[in-house]
Design a protein around this ligand. Structure first.
Ligand code: KG4
Ligand code: ZN
Length: 360
């Protein structure tokens, strides 16, 4: 096989990323320029600020990736760019940048779905064979996807409202912990008692593997209001206990729905799933442990790609570009940036938009 080098570009949320990946799976460089400092004062991603920052940084990230890999643009064989779903200003910045590079160099360009990038990551990191089950849990996404080729995705279920990362971020904001909330809630939960407050287990009695997290966030708000009314404020121990209770509820809910998704996968494909988990929320130890226990109990192999490739990055876009290019060839320069772009065009669209864009 002729080994090719693909430049990946990602700018659909709040990370400006560029990466160089070879078709044998080696990641030569993966640059991720975060924007947390630009958004933390707002408690969430501000789309206009994000789009402007991407426009300013895409060329810097790309040059940094080329420098790190010791390559020149002329050494690149193809370009892959996230064309959606995501915050449209940021997606547009990346798409225009990539089209400009393709027009100037004559290199083939492929438009990649951001979710396909996440969903194909276990192929890049673990050579996972098709078909497998993917759980994507991040600030903007939450879905179970059966992946049977680089272009065949079947959504088995997903959140009907907030993504779990979004819920972590909102809970952190309610408790005055800061942004991004996930790591801060996890840290606070370490000294908390998860059993002190009873929080709901949303959709626990519903069949299938759809999930819901916005009720949990509302329950936390009520709890805070009640404590404020009863005792005039929240003590550090209250915050720790709420964080622990909330985290346990999310972990339990994800674990229960993973059990259902594994059963559905087995039913459809006739063999036990290999399960892969990606997205920023997969960094959470309690959640990892809960999902790991369910996978073990179901006899399913569990793949957890290393965190820098689990969260938003451009190596996953380059890799998905490589796999999809081999199947359908380049996309030319006429494709559009898409704010919504469900991976599985057949399944009913998911409801709602979150702070970090459409849940697709
Ligand atoms: O995948 P990601 O980097 O970006 C996208 O949303 O696409 O995920 C970021 C999300 C944030 O909402 C953040 O609060 C959450 O992942 N997160 C966590 C943890 N680390 C990051 N949530 C729970 N526990 C964590 N340790
Ligand atoms: Zn993502």
């Amino acid at each position: 096989m002729l080994i090719k080098t693909i430049l990946g570009i990602e700018s659909s949320c709040d990370d400006t990323a560029a990466a160089l990946v070879r078709s044998d799976g080696s990641v030569l460089a993966s640059i991720v320029m975060g924007q947390n400092a630009l958004h933390e004062g707002f408690g969430g991603v501000v789309p206009e600020i994000a789009a402007r920052a991407h426009a300013e940084r895409l060329d810097i990230a790309t040059q940094a990736a080329l420098d790190k890999a010791g390559l020149k643009l002329g050494d690149v064989d193809a370009l892959a760019v996230t064309a959606g779903p995501g915050l449209i200003g940021g997606v547009l910045s990346g798409v225009m940048f990539a089209k400009g590079l393709a027009a100037a160099t004559g290199k083939p360009l492929i438009a990649v779905n951001h979710l396909a990038g996440h969903a194909l990551t276990p192929r890049l990191t673990h050579r996972l064979a098709y078909p497998y089950l993917m759980l994507l849990v991040s600030g903007g996404h939450c879905q179970f996807i059966a992946v049977s080729s680089a272009e065949s995705f079947h959504r088995l279920g997903g959140t009907i409202d907030d993504a779990p990362g979004e819920a972590f971020d909102k809970v952190a904001r309610l408790l005055g912990l800061g942004y991004p909330g996930g790591p801060l809630v996890e840290a606070a939960a370490r000294s908390g008692d998860a059993t002190r407050f009873k929080l709901p287990r949303p959709l626990a009695d519903r069949d299938g593997c759809d999930m819901s997290f916005s009720g949990l966030k509302t329950a936390v708000r009520r709890l805070r209001e009640k404590l404020e009314a009863d005792q005039g404020g929240l003590y550090p121990q209250d915050i720790a206990d709420i964080c622990a209770g909330f985290q346990a509820a999310v972990a339990e809910s994800l674990a229960a729905k993973t059990r259902a998704a594994l059963q559905e996968f087995e039913h459809r494909f006739g063999n036990a799933a290999r399960l892969a988990v990606a997205g920023g929320v997969a960094a959470n130890e309690t959640i990892r442990a809960a999902i790991g226990a369910v996978a073990a109990e179901a006899g399913a192999g569990l793949v957890l790609p290393p965190l820098p490739l689990c969260t938003d990055n451009a190596a996953m876009i380059a890799w998905a570009g490589h796999e999809q290019l081999a199947r359908r060839g380049p996309d030319g320069l006429a494709f559009s940036a898409r704010p919504r772009w469900p991976l599985d065009a057949i399944a009913a669209p998911m409801l709602g938009y979150g702070k970090k864009g459409p849940k697709a």
